[in-house]
Design a binder for this molecule. Structure first.
Ligand SMILES: [Fe+2]
Ligand SMILES: [Fe+2]
Length: 229
């Protein structure tokens, strides 16, 4: 492993630490918001548990960042991501769909791809522990969407999906490592692979999932063909 590669790997794990911490804070905030309008929902309890998972993931990521040589993690801040024109319940739904149905589902696909590779034992341990939890984090998003869709028309989300996708891509592809397959064993995907996984998961899992709730997948597909393919 060269010094440059080591630096990229350390930065990638530091970046993931920030993403995990931000997710923890977001889930706590969303849990409080949801319990204010849907007292019978099981989702807030799931989100509080998920926040604990994310803190655990952050600790695993810090460990790897440290192994590969950085102790500078940087600061993560949770800010509401819904557009200003959405209020209350709709704004919460926007965030839950973006953070869980899209980001967590994409995360599972990325982790599964990495785990199919030969990775370093310490990296594998972290990836497995994280992957186990992210599946249920995706599910709690779909559960909230299902509860909301049973009460009101959620088709307005259709035109917002491209904005969610841009946000999610910025998050996950913000740190663009070089196209280096040697980094796979340290848990860093080449950007081309990462984009391909993102696109396939969107087409095969996320968009069909949204469509079952009457959210038209047209804008999402147009976004994808303009940016990724
Ligand atoms: Fe996580
Ligand atoms: Fe998660």
């Amino acid at each position: 492993m060269t010094e440059a590669q080591r630096r990229i790997v350390a930065e990638a794990w530091a970046f993931r630490t920030r993403v995990e911490r931000e997710a923890a804070d977001r889930f706590i905030r969303l849990a409080t918001a949801i319990s204010s309008f849907d007292v019978a929902s099981p989702v807030p309890a799931l989100m509080r548990r998920a926040a604990e998972d994310e803190q655990r993931h952050a600790a695993l990521c810090v460990e790897l960042a440290t192994i590969y040589g950085t102790s500078e993690i940087g600061f993560a801040k949770d800010v509401p991501i819904a557009p200003r024109s959405l209020e209350g319940r709709a704004a919460v739904l926007y965030e839950v769909v973006a953070a869980c149905c899209i980001t967590e589902t994409e995360s599972v696909a990325t982790l599964t791809t990495l785990l199919a590779e030969e990775v370093e034992p310490a990296v594998e341990k972290a990836l497995r522990a994280i992957a186990r939890d992210e599946v249920s984090h995706g599910r709690m998003g779909w559960a909230h969407l299902a509860r909301e869709a049973a009460r009101y028309d959620v088709s307005f989300l259709s035109s917002w999906i491209p904005a969610m996708l841009s946000g999610s891509v910025e998050d996950t592809l913000f740190l663009e490592p070089p196209e280096d397959r040697d980094l796979l064993r340290y848990g860093v995907l080449p950007p081309s692979t990462k984009k391909a996984i993102f696109a396939r998961t969107l087409e095969e899992v996320v968009v069909p999932g949204l469509e079952t709730f009457g959210i038209d997948g047209g804008p999402a597909r147009a976004w994808l063909s303009a940016r990724i393919h």
